[in-house]
Design a binder for this molecule. Structure first.
Ligand code: NAD
Ligand code: UDP
Length: 332
C-alpha cells in the first residue's frame, strides 16, 4: 500500500516511516521542516536501505496537497504534521489553532476530492481531563488544559462528525501517552530546538554533559516517591501501532479510538535512576517547585489496542532509557 505520512521528518513520523518501509509499504512524506530537517530523510534511507518519495511543503496548502495527490496514488494517510509544544500553545494559541486545525481540514478535503478515505490521526493523552481512576480508558471524560490539547480535541470532534456524515471514512484516532526513546541505530530520535520542555530530552542533555542538572518539578505528589508518574512508551513501539492501525482500517469501517501506552507508570526519579544505571552515567538533579497544571499520575489502559489492533508495547523502560541515551550521545 502507498501511505502518505505528513510530518514524516519529525520525531514520531520518522520512526513510523522506518517501520512502514520495513513492513513493505510504499511511503510518501510531506514535511515543511518547521520542526525538523532534511538530514532525517538521509538517516531513514541509511536505516532501511529503501526508497521513498518526499515533498517539502505546508499541509495547510490545498493546492500543494492536490499536486501531491495528482502524482501519487495514495491509499491511506497518517497525519503527524502539527505543532506540539504545550507552553508555546499557551503563549501563541492562534499559531496552534491555525496550523493544527487548518492542516487537518485541508488534508481531509483533498483526500475527499481524491477518494482516499483511510486516515490515522496523532491524538494525545492530553485530551483527557484529570482522571478519577486509573488506568485511563478511551471512554474517560475529555477536558484538555491548554490550547494544544484543545487542537487535538477539536480535530477529534471534526473527525467524529465526518465519520457520522458518511460511512466511507475509516478513521483511527491514536491517543499517545509519553513517547520517549529512539531507534536502536541511534540515527533518529528526539532532539528539540532550545531548552527541552519534556523530561526525557532534558535528562539526556544532563546525561551528555550539556546541562548541569535536571530540575525535578515537585516531589510532594501523591505517588510512591513523590515525583510525577507517566506512561512512557518507546517511540518504536508507538510507530508499530500505526502500521497495525493502517492494517485495521483496511478491514474495519468507521471511527475507532485507541490509547497507545504501555499501561505502566514510571516516576521522574525512576527515569533518572534507570538512565544512570543502564548507561553508566551520572544524572545530577535538584528538586524544584511543581510545574503549574501538572497532575500526579496517569497511565493508559492499552487493552483495546491490544485486542482490536493486535498491538502491544514490547520495549521496557530500560530499553527506552538506553536507546534515548545512544541517540543523545551520538547527536549532541
Ligand atoms: P515533531 O514536531 O517532531 O513532528 C511534526 C513534524 O510535522 C515536523 O517534522 C514538522 O516540521 C512538521 N510540520 C508541522 N506543521 C507542518 C505543516 N503545516 N506542514 C508540513 N509539515 C509540518 O512532533 P512529533 O513528536 O513527531 O509529533 C507528531 C504528532 O504526534 C504531532 O501531531 C503531535 O502533536 C502528536 N503527539 C506527539 C506527542 C509527543 O510527546 N511527541 C504526544 C502526543 C501526540
Ligand atoms: N518534569 C520534570 N522536569 C522537567 C520536565 C518535566 O520534573 O524538566 C516532569 C513533569 O512534572 C511530569 C513529567 O516530568 O511529571 C513528564 O513531563 P513531560 O513534560 O515530559 O510530559 P507531560 O506528561 O507533561 O506531557
Amino acid at each position: 500500500m502507498k501511505i502518505l505520512v505528513t510530518g514524516g521528518a519529525g520525531y514520531i513520523g520518522s520512526h513510523t516511516v522506518v517501520e512502514l518501509l520495513e513492513s513493505g509499504h510504499e511511503v510518501v512524506i510531506i514535511d515543511d521542516f518547521s520542526n525538523s530537517s532534511g538530514e532525517v530523510l538521509d538517516k531513514i534511507s541509511m536505516i532501511t536501505d529503501k526508497e521513498f518519495v518526499f515533498y517539502e511543503g505546508d499541509v495547510c496548502d490545498k493546492n500543494f496537497l492536490e499536486s501531491v495527490f495528482a502524482k501519487e496514488n495514495i491509499d491511506s494517510v497518517i497525519h503527524f504534521a502539527g505543532y506540539k509544544a504545550v507552553g508555546e500553545s499557551v503563549a501563541n494559541p492562534l499559531k496552534y489553532y491555525r496550523n493544527n486545525i487548518d492542516s487537518t481540514l485541508s488534508l481531509l478535503e483533498v483526500m475527499d476530492n481524491n477518494k482516499v478515505y483511510n486516515f490515522v490521526f496523532s491524538s494525545s493523552a492530553c485530551v483527557y481531563g484529570v482522571p478519577d481512576t486509573l488506568p485511563m480508558k478511551e471512554d474517560f471524560p475529555l477536558s484538555p488544559t491548554n490550547p494544544y490539547g484543545y487542537t487535538k480535541l477539536f480535530i477529534e470532534q471534526i473527525l467524529k462528525d465526518l465519520s457520522h456524515s458518511n460511512d466511507k471514512w475509516n478513521i483511527a484516532l491514536l491517543r499517545y501517552f509519553n513517547p520517549i526513546g529512539a531507534h536502536e541505530s541511534g540515527l533518529i530520535g528526539e532532539n528539540p530546538n532550545g531548552v527541552p520542555n519534556n523530561i526525557m530530552p532534558y535528562i539526556m542533555r544532563v546525561a551528555t554533559g550539556q546541562y548541569d542538572k535536571v530540575h525535578v518539578f515537585g516531589n510532594d505528589y501523591d505517588t510512591e516517591d513523590g515525583t510525577g508518574v507517566r506512561d512512557y512508551i518507546h517511540v518504536v513501539d508507538l510507530a508499530k501501532g500505526h502500521i497495525k492501525a493502517i492494517d485495521y482500517l483496511n478491514s474495519n469501517d468507521g471511527l475507532s479510538i485507541f490509547n497507545l501506552g504501555t499501561g505502566i507508570g514510571h516516576s521522574v526519579m525512576e527515569l533518572i535512576k534507570i538512565t544512570e544505571k543502564v548507561n553508566d552515567v551520572a544524572v545530577p538533579y535538584v528538586i524544584d517547585e511543581r510545574r503549574p497544571g501538572d497532575i500526579d499520575e496517569y497511565y493508559a489502559d492499552p487493552s483495546l489496542a491490544n485486542e482490536k489492533l493486535g498491538w502491544k508495547a514490547e520495549k521496557d523502560i530500560e530499553d527506552m532509557c538506553r536507546d534515548a541515551y545512544i541517540f543523545a550521545f551520538k547527536n549532541n
